[in-house]
Design a protein around this ligand. Structure first.
Ligand code: B12
Ligand code: SF4
Length: 495
């Protein structure tokens, strides 16, 4: 007679932990990766508890929770390492049977090293099947079940087991909507001053910028995958209506990679008469026609990974673009009244007085509406990281400094002729140039007179009567901060 193996299900409390800290965070959104995990678990009969400590510096929520026999899921980037240590210490001190799982960029790229660094029980690399993992922890023979789950590594009887890599999902339309509602979204709205969520409509990026790749390839595979325009707009419609959003921020690595798809998404938004404002991050090189559609569909701001105005630097970092394309794209945006944000960075291999001056010359032409100036940072898992390891250039592996927006990043590595102090000086210099050349008030005024924008806002107000007040508050905040921009809201550093 055939023997049937019966899974013995024991309910273990599951905690999804978002370890970010508003005081060291640039950009502020409920975490999408964890929201996707949350929805997959809920759709499969689990009842995860979300613990978002982003506004809880002292980690009071965790300290006050009764923790026993729990399974804890944490997602983190390198810069959050210190905080994750603290969180894990609290969990371990309160719950002797805790099972702590790590995923997201840092564990994915550091792999087995993360076991020693953080004392995790399991590491998920990239797009894993969370339900399979959780099922394994709810059966009598956990390790037997875990051995079948792709994309994880774990310790069994003190020995490291590395399973084969996860297969990437073929069809992104089949993923359930991210369960963002379980995160304190109203707190996020409150601190930002407007009702914004971020969504992601594609996974991966085929480019090979040295400071970014191959992290994305490791997380999401080499092939870029897209949600269909219909699914994208279904998701937009759901969140706009349910949460009465003012703004959506599309956080795809490069939202407009497939330009025809962007046109199709815009047409769908326009046809369905969904009114909201949106922004996205993408590369330069968009056709004017695409930008026209984007504008009509409510896009008011595009964040471009410009990095430098020196072709030498663009080539060194494998940006695969040209200064001419940057200038052209910014020109189109200005003509169409789309605001622009320019991500800039300095301190690359080959950076010199000459390349900084070339960047200054470009800034005088592109005049971005808002900007951030980062410092070349070798995030682990990038080509840049490998290169500096080989060349023995690393000065500091203190993960808390790994945020390219902050001045401390100057102390991680010396790639150029500039010392850390000189780099900070150059950063300030570029910022002062930007303050002189930009025309944010003019850009805003033009936008406030733009027919498409005004029509869109008028429709949004019908749904969201609180919007005018929020816009007034935002405008005064914007003016008080001399128009530095909307995107970054760190109340501590003001970064
Ligand atoms: C959007 C984004 C942001 C947004 C986040 C918005 C949001 N709603 O989450 C904002 C602007 C806040 C942001 C900020 C920063 N970011 Co960012 N960001 C991204 C970006 C482009 C997409 C992230 C995302 O949403 N992915 C989609 C979700 C579905 O994927 P995911 O999070 O990886 O989760 C999946 C799996 O990994 C897995 N998983 C994830 N966690 C876990 C946990 C467990 C337990 C398990 C089992 C599985 C699992 O399941 C998920 C579904 O499959 C990534 C690049 C990328 N493509 O990932 C960079 C990226 C994550 N960011 C990066 C950096 C450097 C930063 C900043 C330091 C930069 C800055 N100063 O602004 C800050 C740090 C913020 C912080 N506190 O961590 C780096 C991280 C590098 C590193 N080694 O850590 C990345 C990889 C970009 C890069 N190539 O350099 N970022
Ligand atoms: S920096 Fe942008 S274009 Fe370059 S690899 Fe990363 S996401 Fe792609």
């Amino acid at each position: 007679m055939e023997t049937v193996q019966i899974k013995i299900k024991k309910e273990r409390p599951i905690f999804i932990i978002h370890p970010a800290d508003v005081y060291v965070q640039g950009g502020l959104h409920p975490p999408l990766g964890l929201a996707y995990i949350n929805s997959s678990l809920k759709n499969n009969g689990y009842k995860p508890n979300v613990v978002d400590v982003v506004f809880d510096r002292e980690l009071k929520q965790l300290k006050e929770l009764e923790l026993d026999n729990g399974i804890y899921l944490i997602s983190f980037s390198t810069v959050l390492s210190d905080r994750v240590h603290k969180i894990i210490d609290i969990i371990r001190s309160k719950d002797k049977n805790a099972v702590i799982l790590g995923g997201g960029p840092h564990p994915t790229v550091r792999k087995e090293k993360t076991f020693d660094e953080f004392g995790l029980d399991l590491i998920a690399m990239g797009e894993v099947n969370i339900v399979d993992i959780m099922d394994a922890y709810h059966t009598s023979d956990t390790y037997g079940e875990l051995s079948k789950v792709k994309g994880v590594m774990y310790k069994q009887d003190g020995k490291l087991v590395i399973n084969e890599p996860a297969e990437y999902l073929d069809n992104l339309d089949n993923i359930p909507l991210p369960s963002l509602e379980d995160f304190p979204i109203y707190e996020y709205f409150k601190i930002k001053g407007y009702r914004e969520l971020s969504l992601i409509t594609s996974r991966g990026c085929p480019y090979r910028c040295t400071f970014c790749q191959p992290i994305l390839n490791n997380l999401f595979g080499k092939k870029i995958r897209f949600q269909s325009p219909k699914r994208v707009v279904d998701e937009i419609e759901y969140f706009v209506n349910k949460l009465k959003l003012d703004v959506i921020s599309f956080n795809d690595d490069t939202f407009a990679f497939h330009q025809q798809r962007v046109i199709d998404i815009c047409k769908e938004i326009i046809d369905r008469k969904i009114h909201f404002l949106w922004r996205c991050q993408t590369r330069v090189g968009l056709r004017r026609e695409v930008l026209e559609y984007m504008k009509k569909a409510g896009c008011f701001l595009i964040e471009f990974g410009v990095e430098s105005g020196s072709q030498t630097i663009l080539d060194n970092i494998h940006k695969d673009t040209t200064v001419e394309k940057i200038i052209e794209t910014f020109k189109y945006c200005r003509e169409l009244n789309i605001l622009t944000h320019s991500f800039l960075s300095i301190g690359w291999l080959g950076e010199s007085e000459k390349t900084i001056n070339e960047t200054v010359e470009m800034l005088k032409i592109i005049k971005p509406f808002s900007y951030s100036v980062g410092i070349a940072t070798p995030y682990p898992g990038t080509y840049l990281w490998d290169e500096i390891q080989e060349k023995g250039l690393l000065i500091n592996a203190d993960w808390s400094k790994y945020d390219h927006i902050l001045d401390d990043a100057s102390k991680i590595v010396r790639l150029s002729e500039f010392s850390p102090e000189q780099l900070i000086e150059k950063k300030r210099y570029l910022e002062s140039v930007l303050r002189k050349v930009r025309q944010p008030k003019r850009d805003m005024l033009k936008l406030l007179h733009d027919k498409d924008f005004l029509m869109n806002v008028a429709h949004i107000i019908k749904n969201n009567p609180g919007l005018p007040l929020r816009m007034m508050k935002l405008t005064s905040r914007f003016l008080a901060r001399k128009g530095k921009g909307f995107t970054v809201i760190n109340p501590d550093s003001g970064a």
